[in-house]
Design a binder for this molecule. Structure first.
Ligand code: SAH
Ligand code: TRP
Length: 312
């Protein structure tokens, strides 16, 4: 982490967006859940409506009996897929299995415990891990069934373009014949709707953004003042992405054995990007990674999409 943060704070402009995982300590996971409940944040509701109306069809057509979920978080939307997997499972087949992976141990534990209690017939095997590092190993585990690898919440949009290609390439390489991938993508729309979603009136996204400074302090002893940072999220229509930034209102210095950095007053650091897609750019993204795009499901208002793919 010291190496990542050190390199992110030594470029011009400063850029921590290649490492979104540093948002998610227990407090970050909690704040993220709170973001999903904000009225401006349309994504969760839109994605859930697609999952509710299409899960049965998706499970009937893919006939998957193992659901692998990357960055599962609270797994609250996942129930639609789990329900459909259980319903589609004939009495004679092997029991359905759920395999979540998340870097946030607290989120994984809480969601796992809830699902164990709720679904007595479901096998659950959760992993705490970083999908940048362990996707190959996760998908390389032996399995006697077809797998559906779900990556919800538009998290694939939080990768830099380079990391996105690498990640989807690794996902493609890990899919076996009969496996499928289901990837949530936020769609291009007007800047006002997009910017409102990342600048909610209650200031929850601002707190989430500043939490990265707290994580850096807690883990690296950086001693930055989170309250000196102000949050801003802007939509770049050319690059079709939201950028989240933190601006330091005063000069600040970090000097530890592992990390040295300095913010000028007014200087910003990009903390996250969130790419938006069109059906065309989604198709291109899949194709570049060797994934065959089988279908794109959208909600009634065309806010969000779920792309279903298989090994090409
Ligand atoms: N899928 C959930 C959560 C999305 S938020 C939803 O749709 O609501 C992104 C999730 O990915 C968080 O739970 C976070 O802890 C996890 N995450 C972020 N970076 C990660 C990484 N490198 N490896 C594994 N999980 C990661
Ligand atoms: N991937 C989703 C998005 O980009 C969720 C998310 C990740 C998010 N980090 C965020 C939402 C920060 C708001 C703020 O929208």
């Amino acid at each position: 982490m010291a190496r990542d943060v050190g390199s992110g704070l030594s470029t011009t402009p400063k850029d921590l967006s290649p490492w979104p995982k540093y948002f998610y300590d227990a407090e970050g996971s909690r704040l993220f859940e709170e973001i999903t409940a904000q009225p401006e944040y349309y994504q969760t509701g839109a994605e859930l409506s697609i999952l509710k109306s299409r899960s049965e069809e998706i499970l009937a057509r893919t006939r998957c009996r193992e659901l692998v979920e990357l960055g599962s978080g609270s797994a609250s939307k996942t129930r639609a897929l789990i329900d459909a997997m259980i319903d589609a499972n004939g009495a004679d087949g092997p029991p359905p299995r759920y395999v979540p992976l998340d870097v946030s141990e607290s989120a994984l534990r809480e969601s796992g415990e809830r699902l164990v209690a709720e679904y007595p017939g479901l096998e659950i095997q959760g992993f705490v891990g970083d999908f940048d590092l362990s996707l190959g190993r996760l998908l390389g585990r032996p399995s006697d069934r077809n797998r559906l690898v779900a990556f919800l919440g538009g998290t694939v949009g939080n990768f830099t373009p380079q990391k996105r290609r690498k990640f989807l390439g690794a996902l493609r390489a890990g899919l076996r014949e009969g496996d499928r991938a289901l990837i949530g993508l936020d769609l291009v729309k007007d800047a006002r709707t997009l910017e409102a979603a990342y600048n909610d009136a209650a200031g929850v996204t601002a707190r989430f953004n500043r939490n990265m400074i707290r994580v850096i302090n807690n883990r690296l002893g950086a001693g930055l003042d989170p309250d000196l940072f102000s949050h801003r999220a802007v939509y770049d229509a050319d690059l079709e992405r939201i950028e989240m930034w933190l601006y330091s209102e005063a000069e600040q210095k970090v000097q530890t054995p592992d990390l040295e950095a300095r913010f000028e007053g007014g200087e910003g650091v990009r903390t996250e990007i969130s790419a938006k897609f069109t059906p065309e750019s989604a198709a291109r993204t899949f194709e570049q990674s060797g994934l065959e795009l089988l279908d794109i499901y959208t909600d009634d208002r065309d806010l969000f999409a779920l792309a279903l793919g298989g090994p090409a």
